[in-house]
Design a protein around this ligand. Structure first.
Ligand code: BMA
Length: 328
């Protein structure tokens, strides 16, 4: 491995396939995609933008399941190999420690961040029927304790860093509006306790044509000797609607609002039928990556056309070298 990785564990059972022969891409797809079909759980219309982590010699996750009533739900799931998943028939029932007055309205696009011995879930949470960032934690993926919403409406794509930086938890987010927001920059907010958030800093705006409409953070940042490696989605508005692709950037280790380098093009975009056709065509939306500290291999989980879940692969070295050669 060329670049050191910090804070990640060995994941010897990481789902993995070598890059196919004659492939010139930096990120390549799992050959049996999609790994989670739209009806892989009871009453599911679609199972997509979802987050998974290594757990107990296997894997666990929080899944975006839109049910056949088209309620946007979060459900938990488990897997031995990270590919074949058993997803709950019922949505997560969040309980709050201190009577936090926020009944579950809807939830989507979860991310799961392990900090110390807890798994924190950040997601787009209905707050008075308006989207903002909800927060909760679990230790067993069965019981979930909900915390105060991090922000006021309107906000989406809240992604927690896996450790405190200079004494504060850090969260990327994307202030937005109530609809299919036609704008969006990434910001960072800081908190001593995961309740009080402030010291907001601007991180980055859309620049290149592929991401011109809006951008948003994706999986949990990966700490490397070159800074925090992030994958983020970007949206292009075509004459036929939004196209969601994703790319990568490096943020400063101690001041992560500083963008060190950023890709000038997308790394991954909707090309396969299951990415181009579905409830919302032309969407590849990454919400999780699992990294093996021993090899630098990365498995990225991404939503496909707002309908199914796909898996793709890369390595820390490949992505950082690509950023070096293709930065803005
Ligand atoms: C965003 C979110 C995502 C979705 C995307 C494309 O605003 O709602 O959940 O994948 O739009 O529809």
């Amino acid at each position: 491995m060329k670049y050191k990785i910090f804070g990640e564990k060995s994941v010897p059972n990481l789902p993995w396939q070598d890059m196919p022969d004659n492939c010139n891409d930096i990120i390549w797809r799992y050959s049996a995609n999609p790994i989670i079909k739209r009806d892989a759980a009871k009453n599911a219309n679609s199972i997509f933008n979802s987050a998974v982590v290594p757990y107990n010699n296997g894997f666990a996750g929080v899944f975006r399941v839109d049910d056949t009533g088209r309620n946007m739900q979060l459900r938990s799931g488990f897997s031995k190999d990270g590919i074949n998943w058993t997803i709950s028939d019922k949505r997560i029932e969040f309980v709050s420690e201190k009577d936090v007055p926020q009944p579950f309205e809807y939830g989507y696009d979860p991310r799961v961040t392990k900090i110390d011995d807890k798994y924190y879930i950040s997601w787009c949470n209905g707050f008075n029927e308006k989207p903002t960032i909800g927060l909760a934690y679990t230790t067993d993926f069965i019981n979930f304790i909900q915390l105060e919403n991090a922000f006021l409406p309107f906000n989406r794509n809240g992604v927690l860093f896996p450790r405190k930086i200079n004494g504060n938890y850090m969260m990327l987010s994307r202030p937005s509006d109530n609809g299919h927001t036609p704008f969006g920059d990434i910001y960072i907010s800081q908190s001593p306790d995961l309740t009080f958030w402030g010291m907001h800093r601007f991180v980055m705006s859309p620049i290149s044509p592929w991401e011109k409409t809006k951008i948003g953070a994706g999986p949990v940042p990966i700490e490397t000797e070159r800074g925090w490696l992030i994958f983020y989605h970007g949206v292009l508005t075509s004459c036929n609607g939004y196209v969601y692709s994703f790319s990568a950037a490096l943020l400063d280790s101690e001041e992560p609002w500083k963008v060190l380098k950023r890709g000038s093009r997308y790394l991954f975009n909707p090309r396969e039928l299951y990415e181009c056709v579905g409830d919302v065509p032309n969407v590849t939306f990454p919400c999780a990556s699992i990294v093996d500290a021993d090899t630098g291999r990365i498995a990225v989980y991404y939503g496909c056309a707002d309908t199914v879940t796909g898996l793709c692969f890369t390595t820390v070295d490949k992505v950082i070298d690509w950023i070096d050669e293709n930065s803005l």
